[in-house]
Ligand binder design. Structure first.
Ligand code: PAF
Length: 274
């Protein structure tokens, strides 16, 4: 696996490499990331991953400084997964001057996760557009675990007519249902035992809807109440339309139940398609 930190070196290395599939990450890789790499392999001749902890998408009181940085272990995992090229820019490589031109996503950036993480999706969209320009991939793979992020990137790519196919990768879960996430490492042993409750509540919503329940607000409120009773502090539990994450407007449209809740000081997100 070749590792490049400069944009110019990366572009030179990718010249003539056939169909390029790209998987951007912030590192601290787990089996969920590796499954995205495997999916990327199926879509292209050359798989490019990136590792960059993007300051622009973290709020002032968020975990940018303590975000786990495990570069050597990540390189070993990427090489073992058959990744061809790793783009690992420093902040100076990617932001040699303050990034004053930004991508401003539409109103959805202020809803769901965006309501609780102001500026987050602006930071994500901006860095992803920049990474796309550096790598110039034919396809890019993003995990469905960050469902709202996937939707923002899919719509940005379509509206800017970027010639990149956006592929959603299924969430990888531990045996007890907890979605794999770099932030799971913040959980204490007791919190780790409790953490699968978030997905259990989402499954409860899915099952009730499948059985014909129609009062989505009631289902959302019941999930929040169950989480609160178990000591969680919930930002939102919401049933939305898959396509644009707007509130459900009709029967039979594909839905997704999404949640973000805090266990101790760790904020977990998850979702389930219905
Ligand atoms: O999902 C992530 O790891 C990040 O948001 C991404 C897409 C790499 C942008 O920094």
């Amino acid at each position: 696996m070749r590792i490049h930190s400069s944009i110019a070196d990366l572009r030179a290395a990718l010249t003539g490499r056939g169909r390029v599939t790209f998987v951007p990450t912030m590192g601290n890789l787990h089996a969920g990331h590796i499954s995205l790499m495997e999916q990327a392999r199926a879509h292209g001749d050359t798989v490019v991953a990136s590792i960059f902890v993007n300051r622009l998408q973290f709020g002032p009181n968020e975990d940018f400084d303590k975000y786990p940085r495990t570069f050597q272990a990540d390189c070993d995992k990427l090489a073992a997964a058959g990744v061809d090229v790793l783009f690992a820019p420093t902040e100076t490589d990617l932001y040699p001057e303050p990034q004053e031109y930004v991508v401003e996503p539409p109103a959805i950036q202020h809803q769901l996760d965006g309501e609780f993480r102001p500026g987050h999706f602006r930071g994500v969209a901006t860095v992803v557009l920049k990474l796309f320009n550096c790598v110039q991939p034919d396809a890019a793979v993003f995990g469905k675990k960050d469902y709202q992020q996937l939707m923002v990137i899919r719509n940005m790519t379509r509206q800017f007519a970027l010639p990149i196919a956006i592929i959603g990768g299924e969430t990888v879960r531990a045996d007890d249902g907890l979605a794999l996430s770099s932030r799971n490492g913040y959980l204490s042993a007791a919190e780790r035992v409790e953490a699968p409750r978030l997905f259990r509540e989402l499954k409860r919503i899915r099952d009730a809807l499948r059985q014909g329940e129609q009062d989505m607000t009631e289902l959302e409120n019941a999930a929040v109440a169950a989480l609160t009773a178990a000591g969680w502090k919930t930002d939102y539990v919401a049933v939305r339309q898959q396509a644009d994450l707007s509130p459900p407007q009709g029967i039979g449209v594909p839905l997704v139940a999404l949640a973000a809740s805090r266990l101790g000081s760790t904020r977990l997100i998850d979702n389930i398609e219905i």
